[in-house]
Write a protein that binds this ligand. Structure first.
Ligand SMILES: [Zn+2]
Ligand SMILES: [Zn+2]
Length: 267
């Protein structure tokens, strides 16, 4: 079973799942490795959740679980770090302060708007403009920050427009997506295959298939696979589809990060 490199627990403000339940689920599915990546999203717009981790409690809590389960599960301790262009040196300093195995750099918020609030996403602009602004801010994030290992769910925003991914095509957005991929590759970073796209009804895991084909064409090698599960039922979801798809576009390995370095396993 492919290792899950993106899931959440009750340390994230938007999950109520005891971390043990995620680990037990991983063991039941036959995973040998998994990497927890709870949310830390500095300066998230005020709302239901603050998406801030109590970092000391997280590191010590997960450290204890890693030890407790060491005979049955190789548990990596990672982070899903929310990036925004104005955060400056903060994300880098945070990542340098703790011994993470893995850091996913995710763009959730753009223009100080949480796309989850769908009506705000397109207030005064078109869906296409909102998507484009998202990709431009994401490019800025991925170019200016170095404190991440892979870019999380590259086209996350298309879950939230009124037409979702209906008009989201390579023809329309390929120019900016191309720049994102080149930036990631140039920096020696990777991208993740995020199967939450299936659960969101997009018909694929993020990012869309054309992005993977282009990533491969450009020489992209580093791929992590994550379910983005906030509940045990979603852990490892659609990993068979993920593996088959990635193989179909030419990938033969996926990566699991330990001590911030990728270790490759056959798909
Ligand atoms: Zn995310
Ligand atoms: Zn996530």
């Amino acid at each position: 079973m492919i290792a899950d490199s993106h899931f959440h627990t009750s340390f994230s403000s938007d999950s109520e799942t005891d971390p043990r339940r995620q680990i037990e689920r991983g063991i039941a599915l036959g995973m040998k490795q998994m990497t927890v990546t709870d949310h830390h999203d500095p300066d998230f717009p005020p709302g239901e959740f603050d998406f801030l981790l109590d970092m000391d409690a997280y590191m010590s809590g997960m450290g204890a679980l890693r030890e407790e389960y060491q005979d049955r599960m190789d548990l990596g301790i990672g982070l899903e770090l929310g990036l925004q262009p104005h955060l400056g040196t903060l994300p880098g300093e945070l990542v340098d302060s703790y011994p993470f195995d893995f850091v996913i750099g995710s763009t959730h918020v753009t223009r100080h708007i949480d796309p989850w609030e769908r009506e705000k996403l397109i207030e005064g602009i078109t869906e296409e403009e909102a998507y484009r602004i998202y990709f431009e801010e994401e490019l800025t994030n991925l170019a200016q920050f170095d404190c991440y290992d892979v870019a999380g769910h590259l086209d996350y925003v298309v879950r939230y427009g009124p037409n979702r991914n209906r008009f989201y095509t390579w023809e329309r957005y390929g120019d900016i997506l191309d720049e994102i991929l080149k930036t990631v590759i140039h920096k020696g970073k990777g991208i993740e295959y995020n199967t939450a796209g299936f659960r969101a009804g997009l018909g694929w895991g993020h990012p869309m298939p054309e992005v993977w084909k282009r990533y491969r064409e450009l020489g992209g090698e580093i791929v992590t696979i994550g379910s983005d599960a906030h509940e045990p039922e979603d852990l490892g979801a659609c990993f068979k589809e993920a593996g088959e798809f990635l193989r179909s576009v030419g990938f033969r390995h996926y990566a699991v990060y330990r001590h911030r370095s990728p270790v490759f396993y056959p798909l």
